[in-house]
Write a protein that binds this ligand. Structure first.
Ligand SMILES: Cc1cc2nc3c(=O)[nH]c(=O)nc-3n(C[C@H](O)[C@H](O)[C@H](O)COP(=O)(O)O)c2cc1C
Length: 214
């Protein structure tokens, strides 16, 4: 057994106080996201974990890339028939998670997911590099496949089929909009007395702001 008992960091880079936070959590998200994007040690600020609940009742988490955020919520793209796609069909509640260690910050978002309009998914798909477009067409995401050659052969065939042609977005590939109803901002502080500010959507569609004990 490797003992990790002494592996601990002192968090002292910043603080999150009631008098500095925004009233709307999407504005607060924007502030923190811009800090992460500008930070030289954060390499993919838009990488986020998303947990969905599967049929056995257990959440399952994987990373995806945040591709846009608006007043309404967070947008990412994937295969609708993937494992996450099937889980979302069953329960459209999901938890998104950002952790930026260099800033000693995490954000935890509970959200309801809906598919993006076909128009928006088409627009984003058309903007992707050709290789990524082909990859989306080639890969039956989350299915068991016989070997790597299966994908590479399929890619070769598709490259021929679509030579000098536009690649249409596969119907089973597109975006989701995750509409938040709870967002927690966590800032590491010394002595494990971290700052935790949580925004919860009320019935009147206002955001109630509370502080949680660390
Ligand atoms: C940093 C990072 C970013 C990723 N971005 C995406 C993404 O935007 N969309 C996607 O479908 N998969 C993305 N993946 C792959 C997913 O983590 C996952 O393997 C895939 O979506 C299949 O997940 P599922 O079988 O749970 O549905 C990313 C992986 C990593 C590590």
């Amino acid at each position: 057994m490797e003992n990790l008992h002494d592996k601990r960091k002192i968090y002292d880079k910043s603080q999150l106080l009631e008098n500095q936070i925004k009233e709307n959590p999407m504005e607060q998200f924007r502030d923190w996201f811009l800090d992460a994007e500008e930070h030289p040690a954060v390499s993919e600020a838009n990488a986020m974990a998303i947990s969905t609940v599967e049929n056995d009742g257990c959440p399952r988490t994987r990373m995806v890339l945040l591709k846009a955020y608006t007043w309404e919520g967070f947008i990412f793209y994937t295969n609708y028939e993937s494992r996450k796609g099937k889980a979302i069909e069953n329960s459209n509640y999901a938890c998104l998670h950002f952790f930026w260690p260099s800033l000693e910050r995490q954000i935890i978002i509970k959200a309801k997911l809906e598919k993006l309009s076909e128009n928006l998914s088409d627009g984003y798909f058309a903007s992707r590099p050709r290789g990524s477009q082909l990859g989306a067409v080639v890969s039956p995401q989350s299915e068991v496949i016989p070997n790597r050659e299966f994908l590479e052969k399929k890619l070769q065939n598709l490259e021929k089929e679509y030579e000098n042609k536009e690649i249409p977005r596969p119907e089973n590939w597109g975006g989701y909009l995750a509409k938040p109803y709870e967002i927690e901002f966590w800032q590491g502080r010394p002595n494990r007395l971290h700052d935790r500010i949580i925004y919860q959507l009320t019935e009147d569609f206002d955001w109630k702001i509370s502080r949680l004990a660390p």
